[in-house]
Design a protein around this ligand. Structure first.
Ligand code: F6R
Length: 256
């Protein structure tokens, strides 16, 4: 494949470096599509934010060309702000509908998010989410991004490797970074419900995508620091089936 620049392994993690965000999206989507063809009722863990957008664009293109179908696929998103109405344009549910779900054939009942209405108890919603994931047979393939502080989902540092779905307080840094999607930083919710690191690490396979120079140092630390709570992504080193697909700029520091 011409767009693949480099492929190597650090610890257990397969690293693929590609030349552009588009190539990153295509490569991750190809892998997801392959797994979907092997198991049509696959359970996917999905993330939001900027990173997975090229992956979703490529998956939509595969679907439009009738190469794949999401009819039997189940999805569990990693996180959602709390409290928030699903109809709120800043909610992750709204973003996923806009960027993926409205453009593919996934039945609405197969789509899952933590319950994040103000009337929902976050403790009950978190327990229920874990239960639903387990009842679906666990996550087969999780597509993750990474925060500049190495959070996965919204597991802000310090984060324990055995944490489960729960309510967390977002750090000022994350709220500042995410304020690009809001009119002002005050509008960025202070809380979110996120799958725990333990929940994420229970996935049978993990694909982590990263793009841009802002992630380069984070990726370096995630791969080269010993697993520790202050760099939550370091715990991915303990996973047996984890792959990083990196756009060239995000791999800058590890290629140095
Ligand atoms: C969102 C999520 C977060 C993001 C991370 C990177 O569902 O799980 O961990 O993946 O904050 O965000 P972007 O991709 O916007 O840089």
């Amino acid at each position: 494949m011409g767009m693949l620049i480099n492929k190597f392994k650090i610890h257990n993690i397969e690293i693929e470096v590609v030349e552009s965000k588009k190539a990153m999206g295509l490569r991750a989507a190809e892998m997801i599509a392959e797994r979907m063809l092997a198991k049509n009722d696959i359970v996917l863990g999905l993330s939001t934010g900027s990173t997975p957008l090229p992956v979703y664009a490529a998956l939509i293109a595969f679907y439009t060309k009738k190469m794949i179908s999401f009819k039997d696929v189940k999805t569990f998103n990693l996180d959602e702000y709390y409290p928030i109405e699903p109809s709120n344009k800043q909610s992750y549910q709204y973003a996923m509908k806009r960027d993926l779900f409205s453009q593919i054939d996934i039945p609405p009942e197969n789509i899952h998010f933590p319950d994040c209405l103000i009337s929902d108890s976050p403790v009950k919603a978190s327990r229920n989410y874990e239960h639903l994931i387990a009842k679906s047979g666990g996550i087969d393939l999780l597509l993750g991004g990474i925060g500049q502080n190495a959070h996965i989902g919204f597991n802000e540092p310090p984060a324990q490797s055995d944490s489960r779905t729960r309510l967390i307080e977002l750090t000022e840094e994350t709220r500042k970074i995410n304020s690009r999607f809001f009119a002002t930083i005050e509008e960025v919710p202070q809380y979110a419900i996120t799958m725990g690191l333990g929940t994420i690490l229970d996935s049978k396979e993990i694909i982590l995508c990263a793009s841009g120079t802002a992630k380069s140092e984070t990726i370096y630390k995630a791969l080269w620091e010993k697993p520790n709570p202050n760099v939550p992504a370091t715990y991915l080193q303990n996973h047996q089936n984890c792959r990083f697909i990196l756009e060239r700029a995000a791999a800058g520091r590890i290629l140095d």
